[in-house]
Design a protein around this ligand. Structure first.
Ligand code: CMP
Length: 355
């Protein structure tokens, strides 16, 4: 099934291929790279292009065969990654041919969730971002106007018009300060200082808006994912909507590989676990295997005693962990569930002590 395996090419492989290609493109612009080395780099680009071609073929075949449709932007990136270098090879002079392979920069974005997330953050925060950008524009024009008024007679060749002064204003407001244009008058320098400080404020605002937007988006995604996981644990189906929201916020998802120890006998326990998928083995005198929908680690939480047994993942297991403070919160909000957990803990405790 070569088509299938190509289509499943991992995001990491795409990133590595694209990076290798871009290094080759950069090297090919160096005049000293000639002869065999140049030929080898061009062959490397041809190799990458072939892999991308096969990848595109696999995607299209899979689309046809299974009806599983990748998003249009992802297919568009695949098509461009193959088509643009091909067109360049056919119609562009040899010197610039390889530059068109720079379209491969888009390849790692294909599977990246980061850029999708960034798109959502920008669209959610659009109003605030437009607000700060407008302030930036107003300040830019005001700074250019002031610099023009203050410096036009001293340096007519650099500040002779507002558009000319704008270059200085951009470099200063962004705190880049190339230093190719410097105010000479005292008033011009004071203006420069004020513009720099305003620039720092504007960029801090931009950074703050984006950071908050990212944080909220991550929280939102975590909430949705936790919600789906919590829905898979029958115990929580007894919860009312308000209590459910609290539990979803409190639970932390975790994937444990098969064979890993989740908690060790004798350790202090500050959290309990709900099994969403997979199973674990509790190493009591007669080892017990417990699976999806069940929970463990509640005894240490309730009694305050050390862990009564070592618990190991029998398969890869998807867990939701609940810390003791959040367990107290759940006990208050949903005494019914807390009671079930307490009762189970007591039964297991007597089994441990009885065994
Ligand atoms: P805790 O003592 O915190 O850590 C080990 C966990 O194994 C324990 O909580 C229980 O959740 C679980 N456990 C102990 N004994 C049994 C048993 N007999 N059957 C099922 N689970 C158990």
């Amino acid at each position: 099934m070569p088509a299938m395996s190509f289509s499943k090419t991992s995001a990491l492989f795409n990133v590595l291929l694209a990076m290798t290609g871009l290094v080759a493109i950069a090297a090919l612009t160096t005049p000293t790279v000639q002869g065999h080395v140049r030929f080898a780099l061009e062959m490397l680009l041809a190799g990458i292009w072939t892999i991308y071609g096969l990848q595109l073929l696999a995607t299209l075949m899979l689309r046809q065969a299974t009806g599983v449709h990748d998003a249009i932007p992802a297919i568009a990136i695949d098509v461009l990654a193959v088509l643009l270098p091909l067109l360049a090879f056919l119609f562009v002079g040899r010197r610039d041919q390889s530059l068109y392979c720079a379209i491969w920069l888009l390849k790692p974005l294909r599977q990246s969730t980061f850029f999708r997330m960034m798109g959502r953050v920008i669209s959610n925060e659009a109003r605030n971002l437009i607000g700060v950008t407008s302030v930036f524009g107003i300040l830019l024009f005001a700074a250019s106007l002031a610099a023009y008024l203050l410096e036009r007679d001293v340096q007519p060749d650099r500040f002779g018009s507002i558009p000319q002064a704008m270059w200085w204003a951009v470099a200063t407001l962004s705190t880049t300060g190339y230093g190719d244009e410097i105010p000479q008058s005292l008033a011009g320098r004071i203006l420069g200082g004020l513009v720099m400080m305003s620039g720092i404020g504007i960029f801090a605002l931009w950074a703050g808006i984006l950071a908050t937007g990212f944080y909220e988006e991550v929280r939102r995604q975590d909430f949705v994912r936790n919600w789906q996981l919590v829905a898979a644990v029958p115990l929580f189906q007894k919860l009312g909507p308000a209590a459910l929201v609290e539990v979803v916020r409190a639970l932390r998802p975790r994937i444990v590989p098969a064979g890993a120890i989740i908690c060790r006998k004798g350790d202090r326990g500050d959290q309990m676990y709900f099994i969403v998928e997979g199973s674990v083995v509790v190493a009591t005198a007669n080892p017990v295997e417990i699976g999806a929908g069940s929970f463990f680690g509640e005894m240490a939480l309730i009694t305050g005693e050390p862990r009564s047994a070592t618990v190991t993942a029998a398969t890869e297991v998807s867990l939701l962990s609940l810390y003791s403070v959040d367990f107290q919160m759940m006990s208050t909000n949903s005494p019914e569930i807390a009671e079930i957990i307490r009762r189970t803990a007591l039964e297991r405790r007597s089994a441990v002590h009885g065994g």
